[in-house]
Design a protein around this ligand. Structure first.
Ligand SMILES: Nc1c(C(=O)O)ncn1[C@@H]1O[C@H](COP(=O)(O)O)[C@@H](O)[C@H]1O
Length: 161
């Protein structure tokens, strides 16, 4: 099946974080694609990716970037698909720069921004799954089953205190 979620990142150095979004999509059996695309370094590719995303069958885009993280917002500017922004943890400012770059979009062009770093990337995968699940009962069931497992783990963990 062709990809319905696009996972893009500003640099290969973001992969350790963005892989966690991909892991969730794989676990929930959602077809996805992954690619390095940068608003700064490959602006033409970024435009082409965003402009053709919907016609290629993508339903959601997850975009991760660090530092001056313009990628999620610029992609959102060029597609009507929902864009989830992942602020990758930067070395100088611990990702606060990434977070603020992504979250502070002007009115009219939203980016659904998750937390900085690994937990954010995992949640981006889950959020994309929940968006897909709103129209796909099988995916919605797998998301619900995952939550049940999390709940069970938490309940069991308190028994071992
Ligand atoms: N923020 C962006 C964009 C963009 O927003 O287009 N392109 C690359 N980058 C970020 O630069 C950081 C350092 O990249 P390098 O490790 O390649 O120097 C990465 O976190 C990347 O997301």
């Amino acid at each position: 099946m062709s990809a319905i979620v696009g996972v893009i990142m500003g640099s290969k150095s973001d992969w350790d974080t963005m892989k966690l979004a991909c892991d969730v999509l794989e676990e929930l059996q959602i077809p996805y694609e992954k690619k390095v695309v940068s608003a700064h370094r490959t602006p033409d590719l970024m435009f082409e990716y965003a402009e053709t995303a919907a016609e290629r069958g993508l339903k959601v885009i997850i975009a991760g970037a660090g530092g001056a993280a313009h990628l999620p917002g610029m992609v959102a500017a060029k597609t009507a698909l929902p864009v989830i922004g992942v602020p990758v943890k930067s070395s100088n400012l611990n990702g606060l720069d990434s977070l603020l770059s992504i979250v502070q979009m002007p009115g009219g062009i939203p980016v659904a921004t998750v937390a900085i770093g690994n937990a954010g990337a995992t949640n981006a995968g889950l959020l994309a799954a929940q968006m897909i699940g709103a129209f796909d009962p099988a995916v919605q069931e797998r998301v619900a089953a995952r939550r049940e497992r999390i709940k069970r783990d938490v309940l069991e963990s308190s028994e071992t205190l």
